[in-house]
Design a protein around this ligand. Sequence first.
Ligand code: OSB
Ligand code: MG
Length: 363
Amino acid sequence: MKLEGVELRRIRMPLRTPFRTSFGTEHERDVLLLRAVTTEAEGWGECVAMSEPLYSSEHVDGAAEVISRFLVPAVSGATSVAQASVAMARFKGHPMAKAAVEMALLDAQLRASGMSFGTFLGAVRPTVPAGVSVGIASDIPSLLSTVEGFLAEGYVRIKLKIEPGWDVEPVRAVRGAFGDSVPLQVDANAAYSLSDARHLARLDDFDLLLIEEPLDSLHDHVSLARQLRTPICLDESITSARVAAEAISAGACQVVNIKAGRVGGYLEARRVHDVCSAHGVPVWCGGMLETGIGRAANVALAALPGFVLPGDVSASDRYFAEDVAGPFVVEEGSVRVPEGAGLGVVPDAGLLASLTTSVVFVS
Ligand code: OSB
Ligand code: MG
């Protein structure tokens, strides 16, 4: 397989409702999609960088620049995904940009050989349980009606976004309204500091599955973990399999959220999974408001054996009125792992064209 070039396409996907986290509010998803054109097949990749560098240091304009200026030229002679990964590794950082290129090449390689993402990664389940991430609401009644809607749709796990001033009360309200048996967890996106430890310990009363990335320092999570009964899960801090191993042995986390974009690709994501499994640490698949393209790969990853907790693996209609690929649906609380070659889905060309804000071909 020889790469002939990569198309970079920006699409604008309006969100059905704004999504608010401790770091900001999204009204639309500005997505960079890649189409790798090779001698044998085409492959699709989705870059999960957001429009502003608020979740991590990457943003979508920067990722597009790095991909077109450095990564595509570096992988142009590559004849396999493994070779391309080595070629990209000499550039520092930019994991989401690298992950998108790797994903497009991997999709092309797998489509050419007729193998699905799930089979390639080592999926052991035909479906994965669907969890949902619920943004910070304007008030408790609107939060409760949102959660009620998701439970009615069959989601098997609720994650509440929290921040200082929106933490114990929303958790108490959700427990009060829907009971203690709903699998419930919270995500702070690093909005707290170690001096909030006593306050965060109040969440221990609610039997949460975990608290995700409460602090902005790996080191401080070690101290916090000693002061909480609620398990600590890391997201932002876990940037590679090596960092995962270090965090686990330091006692910084008891659970790990895996996002391929954050760790530089699906191959590294699988290595994070393997390291965590070797340490007996449960993992789950995070999300970045992906379209059906990124979602297809996430669902395949979430079917690996170590993914023992429900992920932020939702239906297409969680965020979008119309998805470019799929759509992915929740049936009996689960999402089906695509079985076709590669990602098993392709974007709808007409819809893609109508959403496109720019397109360039780099060779
Ligand atoms: O921290 O997990 C996060 C979305 C964007 C950036 C970071 C996060 C999230 C989510 C939503 O929580 C995940 C999803 O539903 O795709
Ligand atoms: Mg998170």
